[in-house]
Write a protein that binds this ligand. Structure first.
Ligand code: BGC
Length: 252
């Protein structure tokens, strides 16, 4: 079955129809830069453009970089503050005229990884971390997602109220502070050791923009837990968003 998946990020909004049984995109992905400021109405217009680009008329799934509870976005770390406590599912459904399912972007990437990527068929505690502009997290226990874990907002050391782990160890921090892979790898290691201490996971999957560059920094990681790069790379959010919308297409 094909479902359209859309992944909304701080810099780009990407979509493609997905064969949710195989996890493969069935058409080239279409990307539009995220409007700045990234206010709901402007983002909804871009989502509508992507829906029209694929001439889509069925349900679709949308991954979003915030806490998403029952279609309502509850936070806005890397998007406009208007998204806080905003009924996003209602706006997107009204704008496109189609049923839509909203999910946190890291949770979407994790769902894709557990079904079609590095986490395939794994039981136990599996933690997917997407490292990009922010740090997103998706926690699975015997394949069941615990949604909205938001582990990028943990505090490390003596961080002040304004600073979170993602401000220190995300790929945005690496670029903004012009850190070497070694310096940044050590920061990431500090973060991962903290997360490892809290959850004792069986596996950590690193997704997001830096997953394909893992050879540059995995050597600086000193963990007890097995750690692997995500296989689905940048497309995991799109695939997971489409998979999350399955129940809209096949009512229980
Ligand atoms: C947000 C998360 C999101 C992550 C990755 C964080 O700043 O709070 O909801 O999953 O960035 O986009």
């Amino acid at each position: 079955m094909e479902i359209l998946g859309i992944d909304i990020g701080g810099s780009g909004i990407k979509g493609a129809p997905v064969d949710i049984e195989t996890g493969e995109l069935t058409a080239d992905r279409y990307r539009i830069p995220t409007p700045q400021p990234s206010k709901p109405a402007a983002v909804a217009e871009v989502v509508h453009t992507i829906v029209k680009h694929f001439d889509w008329s069925g349900p679709f799934g949308c991954a979003f970089p915030a806490v998403v509870q029952h279609g309502v976005t509850r936070s806005a770390a890397n998007v406009d503050d208007e998204w806080i406590d905003f009924n996003a599912v209602d706006l997107f459904a009204r704008t496109t005229g189609l049923p839509v399912c909203m999910i946190n972007d890291a949770d979407a990437a994790g769902i894709a990884a557990m079904a079609h990527g590095s986490g395939q068929d794994l039981s136990g505690v599996v933690l997917m971390l997407t490292v990009g502009t922010g740090i997103g997290s998706a926690l699975f226990i015997d394949g069941i997602l615990v949604p909205n874990t938001e582990l990028g907002h943990l505090k490390l050391n003596n961080m002040d109220a304004e600073t979170d782990a993602e401000d220190y160890a995300s790929d945005r921090a690496r670029k903004a502070e012009d850190l070497s892979w070694k310096a940044w790898g050590k920061r990431l290691n500090e973060y991962l050791q903290h997360v490892e201490f809290i959850f004792s996971p069986d596996l950590i999957i690193i997704g997001g923009g830096v997953s394909k560059k893992h050879a540059k920094y995995f050597k600086y990681l000193d963990l007890k837990t097995k750690i692997v790069p995500a296989e689905l790379r940048n497309e995991a959010g799109i695939i997971g968003a489409a998979m999350a919308a399955r129940d809209l297409a096949v009512p229980a």
